[in-house]
Design a protein around this ligand. Structure first.
Ligand SMILES: NC(=O)C1=CN([C@@H]2O[C@H](COP(=O)(O)OP(=O)(O)OC[C@H]3O[C@@H](n4cnc5c(N)ncnc54)[C@H](OP(=O)(O)O)[C@@H]3O)[C@@H](O)[C@H]2O)C=CC1
Ligand SMILES: O=C(O)C1=N[C@H](C(=O)O)C[C@H](O)C1
Length: 234
């Protein structure tokens, strides 16, 4: 399979290593907006760039009729626009705030736990995410997905990085050198606390998940999620 890497930073390089190891070729690398987007020899595009570049990168791939997966976070205010654009072009698109198998299992645990906790209003919910100091966005895309899952199951209406109101989930975003990504959800009452945590030990899981998603999506049409790729029921 011929892959375009839209973004060639930490994730782009990790994806390249795994893709080559799985006998794929990297036939296009875009490192900034002025590069030549020549998709003529590309089967799938993988976007791990920066929040300001993701929308343009995704649209350029869709314009070229190339299936595109995006792991870039911090651009989701434009998600609906991208879905409409993809459908108009009869294209193929998949976004995931987190491509690792472990976090996608963790998402299911989060959903189940929040369903259970919805019946126990003495507990309040908070989310902590920890990432490396180069990360441009806060909170992480993964923390937003976790918060949205909880909001769907409970009386919480929103999330906030600030001091939370009663109907808001507080997300604490910590930046510590070299941390690949840690997410913890805690339910606190006066009596006790219940926590679930996912800790990434490296970027390997994100990169492998992205390559597996690219292999899966290559010949498909439509809009997909990692639940489709990993065949998660829930
Ligand atoms: N969904 C998931 O599983 C994961 C998502 N991510 C997300 O992926 C994104 C990338 O992360 P990471 O690799 O660590 O970040 P990096 O900063 O290491 O890489 C991003 C790269 O994109 C480059 N870039 C700038 N402008 C453009 C452009 N117009 N087109 C293409 N590339 C451009 C940057 O170049 P320059 O430095 O010169 O600006 C940089 O090299 C982030 O949004 C992060 O949150 C990260 C890990 C997992
Ligand atoms: O920027 C990162 O590094 C990561 N970003 C993603 C996010 O924002 O959730 C996924 C992972 O946690 C690493």
């Amino acid at each position: 399979m011929n892959i375009a890497l839209l973004g060639y930073g930490r994730m782009g390089k990790s994806i390249e290593a795994i893709a080559l190891n799985r006998n794929h070729k990297i036939t296009l690398k875009i490192a900034n907006a002025t590069d030549d987007y020549d998709f003529s020899n590309v089967d799938v595009a993988i976007d791990f760039s920066i929040p300001n570049a993701a929308v343009t990168n995704i649209k350029k791939a869709l314009d070229a009729g190339v299936p595109v997966i995006s792991g870039t976070t911090g651009w989701l205010e434009n998600y609906d626009d991208i879905i409409n654009y993809c459908n108009t072009k009869n294209g193929t698109f998949l976004y995931a705030s987190n491509f690792s198998l472990g976090v996608n299992i963790f998402f299911e645990i989060n959903k189940k736990l929040s369903q259970l906790m919805a019946g126990f209003p003495d507990y309040s919910t908070e989310i902590e995410e920890i990432h490396h100091t180069q990360k441009l966005d806060a909170p992480s895309g993964t923390a937003i997905t976790l918060a949205e899952q909880i909001i769907e199951q409970t009386n919480y209406k929103n999330w906030t990085l600030e001091q939370p109101k009663a109907d808001e989930i507080h997300i604490e975003a910590k930046r510590i050198p070299e941390v690949p990504g840690t997410h913890e959800i805690t339910y606190n009452s006066e009596i006790d606390s219940i926590s679930i945590r996912h800790t990434a030990h490296s970027r390997q899981g994100f990169a492998l998940g992205a390559v597996i998603a690219a292999e899966w999506i290559k010949d498909k049409k439509g809009v997909f999620s990692m639940k489709d790729v990993l065949k998660i029921n829930g």
